[in-house]
Design a protein around this ligand. Sequence first.
Ligand code: HEM
Ligand code: HEM
Length: 225
Amino acid sequence: MSVVGAVQRWARGHTEQSRYSPVGIAFHWIMAFLILFQLGWGFYASWVPAGGDKLWVYQVHSAAGLPVLVLALGRLGWRILIPGPINDADRQGWQTQIAYAMHYVFYAAFFGLPLSGWAMWSSIAAPGPLYLAGFIPWPQMPFDQMPLTLRWWILDAAEDVHLLLVVTLLAVIPLHVGAALKHHFWDRHDVLRGMLPEIPDMEDPREDPPHRPPEPRSHPETAPG
Ligand code: HEM
Ligand code: HEM
């Protein structure tokens, strides 16, 4: 059997239980953490006065943001290979459609934010080299031979895209998190459980049957008395 077939079979073992695969779960929570950090740090960066730490603050912002682009490529590939599970949220008509639309918006942001940030960084007289995760050298986009007016135009457009995606995320993330919590606490659906790492539930007899003393087993015909 091919490696891809074996991976798909392994992942189906999870998705057929209405759960995301451990790889899908890792992508989700690592990227959710990075994006939330970047939103906070990005606003902090724009408030820091020019000079002093400002360059370092933006270097951290770019170092933590570029991995989002690499992870987005991996996650999209994984999602194409391994479709998400069918869970209780998939039986809700228009709400399901909105949830799917939100997932597309998230993927657009996963690519659009680092790409526009990278374009901004590359269009101005480079304020310093770029590093993925702070230590892997990352190239500039090839804008340095372009006329200055074009570079200013790219800077302006990339800034608009970055801000538009930031504002979109600020609107959509609370809806996404609110919907996940509503499914879990209000509707008692399996949606959030399917996105959390699997922890064997000691209380759930289906997952971990308690040890009982064996029943006395004797055939009626051979039983004494
Ligand atoms: C991947 C997720 C990212 C998120 C969520 C994010 C978020 C933000 C936020 C909230 C701001 C402040 C608001 C604004 O001015 O738009 C900002 C500004 C900025 N970000 Fe990002 N960012 C990300 C990635 C990146 C990357 C990878 C780079 C560079 C390689 C970058 C470069 C910049 C720059 C240069 C600014 C200042 C823009 C300005 O002065 O108007 N960002 N970002
Ligand atoms: C912090 C609280 C969060 C919670 C409780 C949460 C919960 C969930 C749940 C339960 C699902 C499964 C939905 C379904 O199958 O219908 C999901 C999927 C998803 N979430 Fe979140 N999420 C959170 C944050 C985020 C953030 C910050 C982002 C991105 C900015 C995000 C992006 C996604 C995407 C793209 C999916 C689709 C699944 C995939 O393609 O891997 N989530 N989330």
